[in-house]
Design a binder for this molecule. Sequence first.
Ligand code: ATP
Length: 455
Amino acid sequence: MDAEAGSDARAPVRMEDIVSLCARRGFVFQSGEIYGGINGFWDYGPLGVELKNNLKAFWWQRVVRERGDVVGLDSAIITHPRTWEASGHVEHFTDPMVDCRACKRRFRADQLADAGPCPAREGTSEHDLTPPRQFNLMLRTQIGASEDASATAWLRAETCGSIFTDFRRLREVARQKVPFGIAQIGKAFRNEINPRNFTFRSREFEQAELEFFCHPDATGEWFERWRDERVRFHRDLGFGDDVLRVRPHDEKELAHYCRNAVDLEFRFPFGWQEIEGIHDRGTWDLERHGEYSGKDLSVTDEETKERFVPAVVETSVGMDRTALALLCNGYAEETLEGGETRTVLRLAPVVAPIKAAVLPLSKKLAEPAQRLAAELRRHWNVFYDESGNIGRRYRRQDEVGTPFCVTWDFDSESDQQVTVRERDGMTQERIPASRLAEWLRERLDGSTGHSTTRD
Ligand code: ATP
C-alpha cells in the first residue's frame, strides 16, 4: 500500500472549489437542473443527504435526547394563517427592495454594495434605482378549490410558529413544567429577493429551532446557558476560534420585543455571516398568540402559585448554512511528498456521510471484502469500491470526507487482518478483521471534531 505523507499548509478556500466539489460528487446541485435550474432552490444528492441527516441527528441528540427538559415536535409546514398574523410576519416580514429601471434587476436596498455595475447603461456604470419598497418574504399559497381570500395560506418562514401554537398541548402531553423547551427541525421558505452564495441564502431551507420557555425573570440566565451550549455544539463540529465567533446585536438591531440577541457567525469565503441566532424574546410570542387565539397560555408556578405568561429563549440554526460551513471548514487541497496533490474534506466523524470504505486490493478479493462491507453496513453507512488503483480509491474517499478506508489484501486471506488507513494523518494500522467493528465504533460513535485552525 502507498505510504503517504502530507504538508499541513492550508490555502484559503474558494467558493468555486466548494461548488464544484458539491456538483462533481453529488453533495448539492441546482434544483431543476435539466430545465436550467430554479434560483434559490437546491437538491441534496446521496452524500449531501447523509451529511445533512447526520447534522440534524447530532443537533437532535444534543438539544432533545440528552436532556430531560426539551421535547420534540414535527408540525405541518402550512399552519393556521392567524399564526402569521399574530407573529407579525404578514405585516412586517419584509425586506426593502429596489429595481434598476435600466437592467431590470432587483436588489435588496440594504445590500447594494454587492450590486455591481449596471450592464444596460452607457456612459455610467451606476444602476438607475427606484425608491425602496417593502417586499414581504412569505411565500403565499391557496388552500382548496376556491381562490377567494379566505383560502390564502402561507408556507412558514420559520419553524417556530407551531411551537407557540402547540405550547399548551405539548406542555400537558409531555407533562413538563416551565422551564422546559420544545424543539423542531423542518423546512422554512422565504421569497428572498437575491438568493446567493450557493445554499447560504436559499428560498427553501431547513432550520433547527428550540424555544425554551421560562419565567420572565430567568431569561438572562437561560440565554447565557443556551448561548454557551450552542457554541459548544459548533466547536464539536470542528469550528475553531478562527472561523466561529459570537456577535452580540446592538440596540438598533434588536426587535422591539427582543431583550438580548447574539448571532453565531462563521467565516465563509465570502466573509463572516450568521449561521445561528440566539434571542431572548421575552413574553412576546405567547402573549400575542394568547391575544389572537383568545386562549389563556399562562401557567401557574406550583410553589409560589404565581400565574405568568412564560418568556422564551430561542436558538435558531440553519441546517443548510451549517452544512455549507462544514464543507468550507473541512475543505483542503494538500501537496503530498513526491508532489502529488489531494483534496481532503476534514469532516468530524459524527457528520461524515460515509464512515468507512471497504477496498479489496484486487478484484479477485471481492468476495471476502464484500462480506466485510455487509457486516459493517449493519452499523454505519459504508461504501464498497473495487475499481482503480488503491491510491486513487483513497483520494476519492478523502475528497468526500470518509474518516477510514479498510483494505482487504492478499495477506488478509491467511492472517484475517485488514489495514485501516485514516483520512487526516494518512496513517495505517493492521487490525484483526474480527475486531474491526469494535475498533471503528470506538473512533466513530459520538466522535466529534477537533477544532481545526486555518491561517
Ligand atoms: P439573514 O439576516 O442572513 O437573512 P436572519 O437573521 O433572517 O438571516 P433568522 O430569521 O434568525 O435569519 O433565521 C435563523 C437561521 O435560519 C439563520 O441563522 C440561518 O442559518 C437560517 N436561514 C435564514 N434565512 C435563510 C435562507 N434564506 N437560506 C438559508 N438559511 C437561512
